[in-house]
Design a protein around this ligand. Structure first.
Ligand SMILES: NC(=O)c1ccc[n+]([C@@H]2O[C@H](COP(=O)([O-])OP(=O)(O)OC[C@H]3O[C@@H](n4cnc5c(N)ncnc54)[C@H](O)[C@@H]3O)[C@@H](O)[C@H]2O)c1
Length: 323
């Protein structure tokens, strides 16, 4: 049995992680950390949280086995606690994944700060709130960082790390290193930006998708096919900038911008998001239900997980098994 070093410890020495909030993302983090061989404690106030969490982890496990489990990794190393305080009492790192509500995040991060051993880093999975806005009530805001994952955290490598105005630089550096050791692909940002990097990009695309559905210009299926049959195939291994540089031939990005520059502006006609009214909401929901057809949520999760694994394997990016 490994001895747990006292917290706080070096990122390489972390053995016990606490996950607070165990829905889609918190549950995904639990699966990731278990697969990487950590002891995980989890807490979520929902009455059926433990059963849902264990179901999520069990459903993710076949994919994680394909990726390669760390030595000693086991679903049995998950403990679901009755209280938040028990979950974080011995934690060496805390990942918060509660609902995306600013007031809730503020008070929860303060509560976590009060209950977690001094010096242990607490990261929030927030999709867009700057830590500066969330760390206002904590007694020790210096240890609070954003660690923004992508769904599902057990398969998509990226995590964006950024601190707030009152976060200690050491906490940002510590968490970036920790996520790296824990098998994530880390982008450390040196300043706050609502939505960080990837969500700003995703949401620019999403805004345009909503406009096209709202105006009847394209169906949900057309939009999804346009990405999976088109640019999405390139994006799995080469980002949009380098991809566009190749569109300029041997002249690269310079030729691309000089040649296509004026016409590139023509689709930039709608930079505001459309009103998310009931009609648009229902059109999106109906379109997605039609696209899913007979496939259940569990079917789609399994299909997505296998697809991500196939892409990771095809592009030579299947993670190592040891952390
Ligand atoms: N869903 C995504 O694709 C995605 C991606 C990246 C980041 N995130 C972020 O992750 C966080 C969680 O989102 P989600 O999609 O997992 O939501 P979710 O609704 O699936 O899960 C939220 C969980 O938090 C629990 N909860 C409610 N009140 C709580 C409290 N006071 N303390 C602790 N837990 C509480 C709920 O019972 C629920 O299980 C949000 O900050 C979200 O922005 C989501």
């Amino acid at each position: 049995m490994t001895t747990t070093p006292p917290a706080p410890c070096a990122p390489e020495d972390v053995r016990r992680v606490a996950c607070i909030g165990a829905g889609v993302i918190g549950g995904g983090w639990v699966a990731h950390f278990l697969a990487r061989g950590y002891d995980v404690t989890a807490w979520d106030p929902a009455p059926d949280a433990e059963e849902k969490l264990r179901r999520l982890v069990a459903a993710a496990w076949p994919a994680l086995e394909q990726l390669g489990l760390a030595e000693g990794a086991s679903q049995d190393r998950l403990t679901v606690t009755a209280t938040l305080a028990e979950a974080v009492a011995d934690a060496q790192f805390v990942q918060e994944s509660a609902p995306e509500k600013l007031e809730l995040k503020r008070s929860l991060l303060a509560e976590l700060d009060a209950a977690t051993p001094p010096g242990v880093v607490i990261a929030s999975s927030t999709s867009g709130y700057p830590m500066t806005d969330m760390q206002t009530e904590a007694a020790d805001p210096g240890r609070l960082v954003v660690g923004h994952p992508f769904n599902p955290p057990y398969l998509i490598p990226l995590v964006e790390v950024v601190g707030g105005e009152r976060t200690a630089a050491d906490a940002v550096a510590w968490s970036s290193r920790f996520y790296d050791v824990a098998g994530k692909s880390v982008i450390t940002m040196d300043r706050e930006l609502p939505g960080f990097i990837a969500n700003r990009l995703q949401e620019a695309l999403w805004r345009e998708a909503l406009h096209m559905v709202a105006n009847g210009e394209a169906t949900v299926k057309d939009i999804d096919d346009s990405i999976t049959e088109g640019p999405g195939l390139r994006w799995a291994f080469m980002g949009p900038c380098l991809t566009f540089a190749l569109a300029g031939g041997e002249g690269g990005m310079g030729h691309m911008l000089d040649h296509f520059g004026p016409s590139l502006k023509s689709p930039w006609t709608r930079l505001e998001a459309p009103e998310l009214d009931r009609e648009l909401r229902d059109a999106m929901v109906d379109g997605c239900e039609e696209a899913a057809g007979e496939r259940t949520y569990a079917d789609l999760v399994a299909e997505r997980d296998q697809g991500v694994i196939d892409v990771l394997r095809a592009t030579g990016r299947l993670g190592g098994t040891a952390r």
